[in-house]
Design a protein around this ligand. Structure first.
Ligand SMILES: Cc1cc2nc3c(=O)[nH]c(=O)nc-3n(C[C@H](O)[C@H](O)[C@H](O)COP(=O)(O)O)c2cc1C
Ligand code: SF4
Length: 474
């Protein structure tokens, strides 16, 4: 596969490897905080108009238009809040980590500009507890920004004031869900709230709250610098601009890449990330983190943008592409996915609490040779009943990918079931494997190939193993 064209624009990663970029001195030398000065010379309404014109959609998962969200905040003199979601716990996602660690001032600048447009005077960065380095980098940048008068009272003489606090979470996936995050920030257990009311009307401390992802807010300075309409020329009509993608799993060059939205997915998976190891093909890929329904190798030519992926039955989500190669049993992928969501379910609502647990148990039954093909049908229908029936979308986040795996890899799952049943019938697994192999029953068994390669030990998208960083345009 030819290398992707690297001439495409980069906005967030332009200077990312510049030594010392995390310091104010280097950030300013590269043009940092110029957008803030420009924004403060405009009216808040004009800044908001630029955000709306840019077409920027949220980069945290749901893809909601950022400018529109800002415009939903009520006008008036009440306290308004801005919260930056830096929880980044979706398996496979590690882009915000790099942004915060290497370019923390870009996020601070974006937050101050967005707070000006929203009329918010108090802001927080809620960062996952495991991100110690990143939180330290943010604390240091914030101290420098305060010293320079970019944060605090009467910012650069504009009359706009903003407090900004970096708040370290205790480490729970559900605290990335915006209302769970708000409860956690208020000092409670991080449980999702019923919506409506939405945070824009009743969020932190019951006040109007703008909540956005790190990458969304870090894009704001580029929009003010270029102008919203110029920004909207990048990408495709309903997916404007550039996007950071985290590519992990079975690829040769895992890492974060900045791409222009709308490029063929194949250019990301093969062109930038190098595709699966020699001799392997793509079995399936999660286009937007472990919550997204899987797509197959046949979908690799789809343009990578919000609407195309939604039409294909999946989603762009957080932009985390997890590649699974053809030597990996789909049951292992399903099991890892379901176990993650079972572990992270807050337990507040029944379909999610019971459904995630039940799904893991059913997958274990398949693996143990205790299931029948009818169980697969029941599993598929249970996933359908979870979707749309939970308080937040964590339940759906398990049901959607598991449902897609059952639909797309039914034959493989049935074969897995049958082999497991035969093994079970003949007692000891190792003995039965060799007996079955002698009968030819294990020819093409991905599990035997897995034993030889150890590939199954790689959790697709395992967060802890977040790979090194590579980048390029698209
Ligand atoms: C279970 C769950 C976990 C989430 N985790 C994150 C996260 O770690 N980071 C994030 O930005 N958004 C996360 N979201 C999405 C947020 O609820 C929210 O949509 C997002 O912060 C809005 O910002 P954006 O519009 O800039 O994308 C999560 C959602 C759910 C349901
Ligand atoms: S869907 Fe799951 S995580 Fe969300 S509120 Fe219900 S039990 Fe909790």
């Amino acid at each position: 596969m030819a290398a992707a064209d690297t001439a495409a624009p980069m906005l967030l990663f332009t200077d990312i490897d510049e030594p010392g970029l995390a310091t104010r001195e280097v950030y300013e030398r590269r043009g940092g905080y110029e957008s803030l000065r420009r924004a403060l010379a405009m009216s808040p309404e004009d800044v908001l108009a630029q955000l709306e014109a840019s077409g920027l959609r949220g980069r945290g998962g749901a893809g909601f238009a950022m400018g529109k969200k800002v415009s939903f905040l009520p006008k008036g003199a009440m306290d308004k809040y801005l919260v930056c979601n830096a929880d980044e716990s979706e398996p496979g996602t590690f882009k915000d980590r790099e942004l915060m660690q290497k370019s923390p001032h870009m996020l601070v600048e974006g937050i101050v500009i967005a707070s000006y447009a929203a009329g918010a005077t108090r802001s927080f960065i809620y960062i996952r507890g495991e991100y110690v380095l990143q939180a330290d980098a943010l604390d240091a940048a914030l101290a420098e920004a305060r010293e320079a008068g970019y944060v605090g009272d009467d910012i650069l003489g504009s009359g706009h004031s903003l407090t900004l606090v970096v708040h370290r979470g205790a480490g729970a996936y559900i605290c990335g869900e915006e209302t769970g995050l708000l409860d956690s920030l208020e000092g409670k257990r991080g449980n999702p709230r019923l919506k409506p009311p939405f945070p824009a009307n009743q969020g932190l401390y019951q006040g109007p709250t703008l909540i956005n992802n790190v990458e969304t807010l870090a894009t704001v300075p580029a929009i003010i610098r270029m102008g919203g309409e110029e920004y909207a020329k990048l990408g495709v009509e309903t997916s404007t601009g550039t996007k950071l993608v985290s590519v992990s799993g079975h690829v040769q060059r895992p890492g974060n890449y900045e791409i222009e939205l709308g490029i063929p997915s194949r250019e990301i998976v093969y062109g930038l990330a190098g595709g699966p190891p020699e001799g392997r093909g793509v079995k399936c890929w999660f286009p937007g983190g472990s919550s997204s329904p899987v797509l197959t190798a046949d979908d690799l030519d789809l343009p990578y943008d919000f609407d195309t992926l939604a039409k294909a039955g999946s989603m762009l989500g957080s932009g985390a592409i997890i590649v699974v190669d053809d030597a990996t049993p789909i049951l292992d992928v399903a099991m890892k996915t379901a176990k993650f969501y079972r572990h992270e379910s807050c337990g507040k609502c029944t379909p999610c609490r019971e459904g995630t647990n039940w799904t893991v148990k059913m997958l274990e039954r398949i693996d143990a040779g205790e299931a029948t093909p009818m169980d697969l049908e029941i599993m598929a229908s249970v996933q359908e009943h979870i979707i749309g029936n939970c308080l937040c979308v964590l339940g759906d986040a398990m049901a959607m990918p598991i449902g897609s795996m059952i639909a797309k890899f039914k034959d493989e799952l049935e074969a897995h079931m049958e082999r497991a049943r035969l093994r079970r019938g003949s007692g000891d697994r190792i003995a039965s494997d060799s007996a079955l192999a002698a009968q030819g029953a294990l020819a093409n068994d991905p599990r035997t190939m897995l034993g030889a390669t150890g590939a199954g030990d790689q959790a697709p998208g395992a967060h802890e193993g977040a790979p090194g960083t590579h980048r390029g345009g698209a």
